[in-house]
Design a protein around this ligand. Structure first.
Ligand code: ZN
Length: 275
């Protein structure tokens, strides 16, 4: 198993060392390692609510939906992008917003040689990711304060997740890569048609990198296919997307009664090099 990277204390920025199931820094800040194998580094005073991040319901829906393999083409695309990078499938990868760990699992399935790290703001999600037992280093923390020292990752992966561009640039090695995955314009358009009278194409959040000189776009990959979602999985799909918040109770009920939903999945993968 590849060695773990040192964590940076979120309070004083000194290194944390693990001693008898507790991470401590020289200033006596302490963070208990959970029995599942992750650490919560999120500071209580930074919490806006009791359960920050995605709700437990959204997380379980996403896990159940993704575990059915509906987004297999996307995870294949991510593996393809990583494989094409200089270190291929032997590099260190930080999944920012790793959620319940589906993509980390796909990466582990592709290679035992990847050094995998994941962070997410949602403790229930990170706990589920840890239960996958992937040999990944996992922590609960905000993407705006990555608990790692400068230049320690070969690549950062962001799949539909909030991203702090300057933090990503800081933790990437020189010449390292950011793989950003967002929706293509027809992503889930048939599902959206059940909810909106008029469907506006997705924009993605690539604009956060527009004009950021540290990042140079080096590769783009589009993944688009039609999937047939089984009736029991339609509500899970809805629940894991922002459409859930716009759907009326009547729309949720009618979607949940569908025998199947044929819909397009459309993803854009953009690979940036930090310079
Ligand atoms: Zn400290």
């Amino acid at each position: 198993m590849p060695s773990c990277l040192p964590y940076k204390c979120p309070v004083c920025e000194q290194p944390l060392t693990l001693e008898s199931k507790t991470y401590r820094c020289e200033n006596k800040h302490a963070f208990d390692a959970a029995k599942e194998g992750y650490v919560n580094l999120h500071l209580v005073q930074h919490k806006r609510s009791k359960h920050p991040g995605d709700s437990a319901e959204m997380i379980v829906s996403r896990r159940d939906f993704l575990n059915q393999g509906y987004y297999q083409a996307l995870s294949d695309g991510i593996v393809k992008c990583l494989s094409a990078l200089p270190l291929g499938l032997t590099q260190s990868v930080l999944d920012v917003g790793c959620g319940e760990g589906y993509y980390l699992q796909q990466l582990r399935g592709a290679s035992e040689g990847l050094q995998l790290t994941g962070i997410d703001l949602s403790k229930p999600a990170v706990r589920l990711a840890a239960k996958r037992k992937l040999g990944a280093q996992l922590s609960v923390i905000n993407a705006d304060a990555l608990p790692f020292f400068d230049q320690c990752f070969d690549s950062v992966l962001s799949v539909f997740a909030p991203l702090n561009v300057s933090e990503v640039a800081r933790v990437l090695k020189k010449g390292g890569h950011l793989i950003m995955v967002g929706p293509g314009e027809s992503h889930l358009s048939e599902m959206a048609a059940h909810i909106y009278d008029q469907v506006t194409p997705h924009q993605g959040n690539y604009q956060i990198l527009a004009g950021v000189e540290a990042f140079e776009l080096v590769e783009e990959l589009e993944v688009k296919q039609e999937i047939t979602v089984a009736g029991g999985d339609v509500l899970n799909l809805l629940t894991m997307t922002p459409y859930y918040w716009h759907a009326t109770e009547a729309q949720k009920e009618s979607l949940s009664k569908l025998e199947r939903l044929v819909t397009t999945v459309h993803f854009c993968l953009k690979v940036y090099r930090v310079i």
